[in-house]
Each structure stands twice: as structure tokens, then as C-alpha cells.
Design a protein. Structure first.
Length: 688
């Protein structure tokens, strides 16, 4: 594990993957990771006796020109181990039987040797044989290894090495060492060889080593220690070395000041004993967060190394809990900068932070977020890594459809928060329930504050109501009134059905039919008249009250009424004759018009005496033959001749009704010639 470094710029700090930090706060955490280089687990040292490098410019295209080297089936080629065109190599397009390379080398009796071949082939399935023979007798061939597979020498791993078994010679002298095709039955392959080497083993094997703590526990995870407190580690061989094994323990780079001025320490394992060697590491009290690499070396070889990762910081602060929409300050601001050193801060992610480069930014995340702060020196060294989580309590509200109503209607609106609650509500109307009934005249939004009582977090929600207006309508009449022809005039009904009134002989009553229009009449509008008609206009020949209800495309309705009167307006009123008699008067013609009268009992005068209780009705015909009528029900009357005071009552019933229960009672008071407004006594009220 190497120590990660950042760029000197605070704003361009990059977090490298694989950073080996522990997030324990307020203490020093030491994580020791043990790394043993696989082929250096012993004290063996292979020294090169001779290497033939095929990139040697002395080689000709036919691979001649270098003394003590011979080949069959190869030529000089390109694209060696590096894959570069200019990387020269020994090349064959068909590595087949009888193809070989050989070098002459001086070997010493009693020394272990091995032969290595470095290069690449284009597919697996090929194998080689290793052998040697004295230079003085090439027929005396000794096979070192047979059918060594070339699977590890391939295009995807240029420069891979295949090795022979170890061997030794019986006598000092010059020998030819050869590598040849593994046999006639093996597939031919393309081969590019980079070098051909013979090595000698100089030392006895070294025992394998293991690192433990002072109690003998293997270092597999981590060691925790207090700042300024030394700790012990022990290095143990798995067997006794055959001879003294000398190692050196050192620290990589500039880590020494952080471990109480650690200096390189020699360690010697004595021959014949497997005793452990323990040593002390003492992190300084002001140790800087970082990764420190220690290594054991034997000569120039690294036998083992391990890393100690030191984290000592609490700069992010404790975890925080906020309500949605709130903010909270992060960081402790308590990391002291050494003299002459500037610290840089980078918070990630930057979402919701007002200043990700500050030591104490304000955070306003929309959801629960874990922030990591990286503190580096101006030189790019990682000083500290810490993290803090901001938990956000949100009130989620399930969205519903927007209610649509017509003006004047009432609708229930509500909110549906999601969560455990309990929840409380405060509407702008002052109500405190989850739902309320409203009847706005126009479209309106209602505000409600929802509070989660378990967290004390609140949220304002706007609940909209769409209000459609009914159509703005009017009733237009072709004529202001209807002139009803006298039904007793000839041609209007059989003569035998009634009497003909005098004064209406002309029979020229005009405007006896009228048309009413409900406007506007836009497409999609629906009409409902009081007559039952459903068109936007109706024809009528009867005076009276007419109403229409119009419904628009939104399903909203408006109503309008019109009182269509008669051109002959008849109204029976009580009166007193000159002789003091109680009378009913049908009224004289207006503007000099001549009227004819016909009462229910055949009387043809304008007035009729009240001589009995019951219905009184009159038909009046003008000079154009247009008629009108009225009726009264005299229920009681009283005449005080001494005070010249008349009291009597009439009961007004609706049109075409003789049922007294259907109308309303009018009581009239008269003192001499002064009439007072009648009192109208209906079924539930009395009014003037």
C-alpha cells in the first residue's frame, strides 16, 4: 500500500480509491497490512552467469555475430516484449521440431544453476526441453527439463519467463546450454524471444517469516494504540535458518519524525534457532495522519513490508439531525495547523453545502447525507479524513387530484402525510383537522401547516381548489308583455261557450304570442325552462313567471327568471262606495282606454259589492279585444259605521287554483278614504 498524495491545490484535491482509513474518532488507529513478496520468502539470490539479449545490435538478421551463441530456425524480428516495432527479438514464424537456441557458458561444479527463457508466443500447447553438453563433447547431452509448457509466455503478458529445473555439473568447464522444441507432435507457434539466461544460486534457503503482536497474534487486521504510546511487534521465522540471517527494518520516505525519530534497525536471526525478534514502534504524540510503510530488507532484496495507517482527527463533528429545509453547521474547527503549514479542506459530496472548501460549512441537504471531509497540507499530504452524517427528517405528502367544483358548491379538501406521525394540522382558515370543507367563490389555494409530532418538523402544503363559474345569462323577450285575446270573441271559441263583452268588437288584439331567448347560447350549453323545454328559446302566449337554468360545459349552472305580464293589467282592489258599501274594484282603463268588464256573476260594472264570502273574479277587455283577469277570495270583512272603518280580508290563490291552502291571506284596512298597505299572511310569515 503506498501513501496517497494529493495535489497542492485545495480546490483540485482528488480522493484516491483504496485509501486505507479507519473512521474511529478521537484516538490513533494503526492498521498494519502485511505484504510478503512471493519470490523473496527465502535468502536465495540468483546471480546471472550469462544473458543473451536479442536486442543486442551485434546480431545480424540471421542472428549471427555474437560469440558463443547458436540457433536453428530463428531470425531477427521486431515487436519484442514491449510490443514496440523497434524492440528487436529472436523470431520464428513456425517454432517446430529441430528448432533450438544455445549459448556457451562457463559453469562451476557444485553450484546450482537454472536456465530462463523470456519472450512470448501466440498460443498455448507448445513446450520446450532444456539440456546442456560439455563444449568438448557435444554428443554428451544431459537433459535438464522436458516438456516445460510455454503457457506463461504469451502475447497478453509480454516478457513472461519460463524456467528450467535447477541443475549442476560434475566438473568445472565450458558448456553449451540449449532450449529446443519440445517434440514433433506439438503445435507450431509464432515465437518472439527477448533474452536467454543462465543463473546461479548463491545462498541457502531462508525461512519464511511472520509478523505478530507482542502476544503472538498474527497481524491480520489492525492495531489500536493511544497517541504517544509505544507498541511492540515481533518477527518470527517458521524454521531455524542454516546460517545467520541479517535483516534491516526501515521506514519509507519521510515518516521517521512521526515515529519518535525512528531509525533503521538491524535484526539478526541466529543460525540454528527459530526465536522471534521483537521491536518497538512509538508513534509521536503529534503524529500526522498518513500511511507509513515499514520494510525488512536482506541485502538489496525486500523480504517483507507492512504499512501502518495513522488516523488521528475529529474534524467533521458529531452526526446531526435536522428537519427538511433547515441547515446545520458541520466541522469542529479544532484541528491545529503546525507553524508554517496551511491546511486545505474538501467536503464531499458538495451537495447542500454553502462552501465545500471551508473547515465549518453550513449543510442544507434535502435528504439524509453522509459527508466526508479530506484535510490536506498545502503540499498535498493527507492530514485527516473524517465523516459526519446529517439525518434529514422529511414530511412526505401524498399528492392527490385537484378538486373541481362550481361556484356555490362545497368540497372537502385534505392532506395525506406519509409516515408514522402522529401529525397535527393548522389551516389558514383556523381549523385543525386533516380535512376541511370549503366553498370558495373563485379558484383558491389553501395553506396548511403539517407538523410531525414525533420530530417537531413542519411542512407547509398548498391545497388548490379549482372553481368554475356558471354562465352569465339573461332572458330576452321579443315583447315586454303578452296581449291575450278575449276568449269570448268570435273566431276564438264557440259563441255558445260564453258571453260576448261589449267594447271589444274589433278583435284586433296584437302580440298575442311572445318568444323568450336564453342568452348566450354557446355550443355545449344545456337549457332547462320552467315549461320543460330544453331549447335555448321558447314561444308562449300565456303571461306569467318564466325561468330557465343554463348548464355550461364545466357542468356549472345559472338560473334566470322573467315575469311576463299582460298588456291589459287587471288588479282587483277593495273600496268603499259613497253609501258606505264594501266593494271590489277592477280598475279603470289607462290613458283613456275603454274597458269592458265581466264579473263571475255576470255583472258588467267596474265595481262589484261584497255581498258574500268566496271567490270574486273579473275579466277585462280593452278596445282592441285584448283581455286580462284577476280574482280574489274574500274570507271575512268587518265594517264599523261609527268610525267609518272597514276591515276585510281576501285570500290570494295562485293562477288556476281554487284551493285556499295554496295562496296567501291579504288583510286590508281602510279609514274613510285612506287605504293602508295590506298585510300578507303566508303559511310561515306575515309581511307588508
Amino acid at each position: 500500500m503506498q501513501k496517497h498524495r494529493a495535489t497542492p491545490s485545495c480546490t483540485s484535491f482528488t480522493v484516491f480509491p483504496g485509501t486505507f482509513f479507519s473512521m474511529r474518532l478521537g484516538q490513533l488507529v494503526l492498521l498494519a497490512a502485511l505484504f510478503i513478496v512471493p519470490f523473496l520468502t527465502s535468502a536465495q539470490s540468483w546471480d546471472t552467469v550469462r544473458i543473451v539479449d536479442f536486442s543486442n545490435p551485434s546480431f545480424t538478421d540471421s542472428l549471427t555475430g555474437v560469440q558463443g551463441f547458436a540457433q536453428q530456425g530463428f531470425e531477427r524480428g521486431n515487436n519484442g516484449a514491449s510490443g514496440s516495432f523497434n524492440d528487436l527479438c529472436a523470431f520464428t514464424s513456425s517454432f517446430s521440431a529441430q528448432d533450438r537456441i544455445a549459448m556457451r557458458v562457463s559453469l562451476v561444479a557444485g553450484v546450482d544453476y537454472r536456465v530462463s527463457l523470456n519472450g512470448k508466443v501466440n498460443r498455448t500447447g507448445q513446450a520446450v526441453n532444456f539440456a546442456y553438453a560439455p563444449a568438448s563433447n557435444l554428443q554428451q547431452v544431459t537433459v535438464i527439463s522436458q516438456s516445460i509448457q510455454l503457457a506463461d509466455i504469451h502475447y497478453e503478458d509480454p516478457g513472461a519467463t519460463v524456467q528450467s529445473d535447477t541443475f549442476s555439473v560434475a566438473a568445472d568447464g565450458n558448456y553449451w546450454v540449449a532450449v529446443e522444441h519440445g517434440g514433433a507432435n506439438l503445435p507450431d507457434v509464432f515465437a518472439r524471444l527477448d533474452n536467454f539466461m543462465v543463473e546461479a544460486l548463491q545462498e541457502a534457503p531462508m525461512p519464511s517469516l511472520s509478523l505478530t503482536d507482542n502476544d503472538g497474534n498474527p497481524i491480520t487486521s489492525g492495531i489500536e494504540a493511544e497517541p504517544g504510546t509505544p507498541f511492540m511487534l515481533c518477527l518470527s521465522p517458521d524454521s531455524a535458518p542454516a546460517e545467520n540471517m541479517d535483516l534491516e527494518l526501515s521506514i519509507d520516505g519521510d515518516g521517521s519524525p512521526h515515529f519518535s525519530d525512528f531509525t533503521t534497525t538491524p535484526l539478526t536471526f541466529l543460525a540454528g534457532t527459530a526465536d522471534s525478534i521483537c521491536f518497538e514502534l512509538s508513534p509521536a504524540s503529534d503524529t500526522t495522519t498518513g500511511t507509513y510503510t515499514f520494510k525488512f530488507e536482506h541485502g538489496n532484496d525486500i523480504v517483507m513490508d507492512f504499512q501502518v495507517v495513522v488516523e488521528l482527527c475529529s474534524v467533521a463533528g458529531p452526526d446531526q439531525t435536522i428537519c427538511g429545509g433547515e441547515s446545520v453547521q458541520l466541522g469542529t474547527g479544532n484541528l491545529t495547523e503546525p507553524s508554517g503549514v496551511d491546511y486545505c479542506y474538501v467536503w464531499e459530496p458538495s451537495t447542500g453545502l454553502d462552501n465545500p472548501g471551508s473547515s465549518m460549512p453550513n449543510a442544507s441537504p434535502l435528504e439524509t447525507t453522509t459527508y466526508t471531509v479530506y484535510v490536506t497540507s498545502s503540499e498535498g499530504d493527507v492530514i485527516c479524513v473524517d465523516e459526519v452524517t446529517v439525518f434529514v427528517n422529511q414530511i412526505e405528502i401524498q399528492n392527490g387530484t385537484i378538486p373541481e367544483i362550481c361556484a356555490g358548491e362545497m368540497v372537502t379538501i385534505s392532506v395525506n402525510p406519509i409516515g408514522q406521525g402522529p401529525f397535527s394540522y393548522t389551516w389558514e382558515t383556523g381549523e385543525n383537522t386533516a380535512s376541511i370543507d370549503v366553498s370558495p367563490e373563485f379558484g383558491k389555494s389553501y395553506l396548511v401547516a403539517i407538523t410531525d409530532e414525533s420530530t417537531s418538523c413542519s411542512k407547509i402544503k398548498e391545497v388548490q381548489v379549482t372553481v368554475y363559474q356558471g354562465p352569465n345569462i339573461d332572458i330576452v323577450s321579443v315583447y315586454p308583455s303578452i296581449c291575450v285575446p278575449d276568449p269570448n270573441l268570435p273566431g276564438l271559441q264557440p259563441e255558445e261557450s260564453g258571453r260576448v263583452l261589449e267594447g271589444g268588437a274589433s278583435g284586433a288584439c296584437m302580440n298575442s304570442t311572445n318568444t323568450l331567448y336564453a342568452l348566450p347560447s354557446y355550443p355545449g350549453y344545456e337549457f332547462q325552462w320552467s315549461t320543460g323545454a330544453t331549447e335555448y328559446n321558447i314561444d308562449t302566449d300565456i303571461p306569467g313567471l318564466y325561468s330557465v337554468t343554463v348548464t355550461n360545459s364545466n357542468g356549472c349552472s345559472s338560473s334566470k327568471s322573467v315575469d311576463l305580464g299582460s298588456c291589459v293589467d287587471v288588479s282587483i282592489t277593495p273600496s268603499i262606495s259613497s253609501s258606505g258599501e264594501a266593494m271590489l274594484d277592477a280598475g279603470a282603463g289607462t290613458f283613456g282606454a275603454t274597458y269592458s268588464y265581466l264579473w263571475h256573476d255576470g255583472t258588467t260594472n267596474q265595481t262589484i259589492p261584497i255581498d258574500e264570502l268566496g271567490f270574486y273574479s273579473v275579466t277585462v277587455v280593452d278596445e282592441n279585444g285584448c283581455s286580462g283577469n284577476d280574482k280574489e277570495f274574500v274570507d271575512a270583512y268587518y265594517y264599523d259605521s261609527d268610525n267609518i272603518f272597514l276591515v276585510f280580508a281576501t285570500y290570494i290563490s295562485p293562477e288556476n287554483s281554487t284551493n285556499i291552502e295554496d295562496g296567501e291571506l291579504h288583510i286590508y284596512l281602510c279609514n274613510n278614504t285612506v287605504w293602508f298597505s295590506p298585510l300578507r299572511i303566508g303559511q310561515n310569515s306575515i309581511s307588508e
